[in-house]
Ligand binder design. Structure first.
Ligand code: SF4
Length: 202
């Protein structure tokens, strides 16, 4: 584990970053939260409007749903290191442009280097896409990413456990049952009973 001072330097750099045009929309920098020593990293896409105003991760409607899913799984936010793929708010939660992606993902690379996670949990399509590219793994067509949620993917560096972003429940409440089932495996991940390729589903 790297010294905590590495985090501080990194967070200061992110908070003052102007590498892409999203800096113009930033009210408050949304820095990573949670437990940097848990070995489990969760990656969401980007801050929403409430997160941008408050500078906190997972507040507002998505935060409430996130907490409900964690509660049902018997885990808490402090069991994870929580971060975003893109550190500043995307207007109307649009997909990041290639320029924004290339400007911002080096921050996430640096976080992965510092945290050295044993398990990485991407929340949603964009974070999963980042991890597949990073691992040099084949990427399915866009419509088939949904089949990867709730499955384990072993990479050379860590286990990946993709989940739908909690916001999915705002638009598709009928997905609650399957999402609750997928999130429930977080309990095993936190307990350390799912951490290597013996548990591989793909
Ligand atoms: S989105 Fe990322 S690269 Fe762009 S200004 Fe914010 S921190 Fe910097």
């Amino acid at each position: 584990m790297r010294p905590v001072s590495d985090h501080k330097v990194l967070y200061q750099a992110i908070a003052s970053c102007t590498k892409c045009n999203l800096a113009q929309l930033r009210v408050k920098a949304v820095l990573p939260e949670g437990n940097s020593r848990s070995g489990i990293m969760m990656i969401a896409q980007s801050p929403g409007e409430v997160e941008n105003r408050t500078g906190r991760m997972f507040v507002g409607p998505s935060g409430k749903l996130f907490d409900e899913l964690l509660d049902a799984a018997g885990v808490s936010r402090n069991d994870f290191y929580l971060t975003n793929l893109i550190k500043c708010m995307l207007p109307k939660s649009r997909r990041p442009s290639r320029t924004q992606w290339e400007a911002c993902t080096p921050w996430l690379e640096e976080e992965i280097r510092i945290i050295s996670p044993r398990v990485v949990v991407p929340l949603g399509f964009q974070a999963l896409k980042f991890l597949l590219i990073r691992a040099g793994m084949p990427r399915p067509p866009r419509k088939e990413y949904r089949f990867l949620f709730g499955k384990f993917i072993q990479t050379n560096d860590y286990l990946v456990y993709p989940l739908r972003h909690p916001t999915a429940l705002l638009f598709n409440p009928e997905k609650r049952k399957v999402m609750t089932g997928n999130y429930s495996k977080l309990k095993q991940i936190v307990g350390g009973s799912v951490s290597n390729s013996r548990d591989l589903y793909l």
